[in-house]
Design a protein around this ligand. Structure first.
Ligand code: FMN
Length: 135
């Protein structure tokens, strides 16, 4: 299973990840997938100067959802280990081209949720358009 997942990851040019915030971090299932990818000699290695990512050249889109709002305050940013963790681990694998699509405040009532979803959809449209123009 580990070999199948890491091979699939390495062979992919574009990867889309769905990442809800569970207890301030990523869900167990997503962490389990990442743990299968994190293999020395496949997605990273250690050189004389420290870690080297081996899985560069990919485009990763991450759809982030959250019940509360974390992005607008320092306290919130310090508390979330979802976006910050995914940025760190994909960076560790050598992936630098990451686009985060963020919908937060989804449990805070329609007054927050509806505009948050609309903003996320707009971000998706812009990201897709950017890719089409780049192609
Ligand atoms: C087990 C569990 C833990 C959660 N923990 C958090 C959390 O720590 N912070 C937060 O803002 N939302 C939390 N949520 C809310 C989810 O992030 C939210 O439900 C998810 O982003 C998807 O939205 P949806 O329920 O509308 O599909 C949690 C949800 C579940 C099921």
């Amino acid at each position: 299973m580990s070999e199948k997942l890491v091979s699939q990851f390495l062979a992919s040019d574009v990867i889309v990840v769905g990442a809800p915030l569970y207890n301030f971090t990523v869900p167990t299932q997503l962490k389990a997938w990442i743990d299968r990818l994190a293999q020395p000699g496949r997605t990273f290695k250690y050189g004389e100067k420290g870690p080297v990512g081996l899985a560069g050249g990919k485009k990763v889109f991450v759809a982030i959802t959250r019940g509360g709002v974390y992005s607008t305050t320092e306290g919130g940013q310090a508390l979330e280990h979802q976006e910050s963790y995914l940025k760190a681990i994909f960076g560790f694998f050598g992936v630098t081209d990451i686009t985060f699509i963020r919908a937060e405040g989804l449990a805070m009532g329609d007054a927050v949720k509806i505009p948050a979803i609309a903003a996320a959809r707009k971000q998706i449209d812009e990201a897709v358009q950017g890719e089409t123009l780049a192609a």
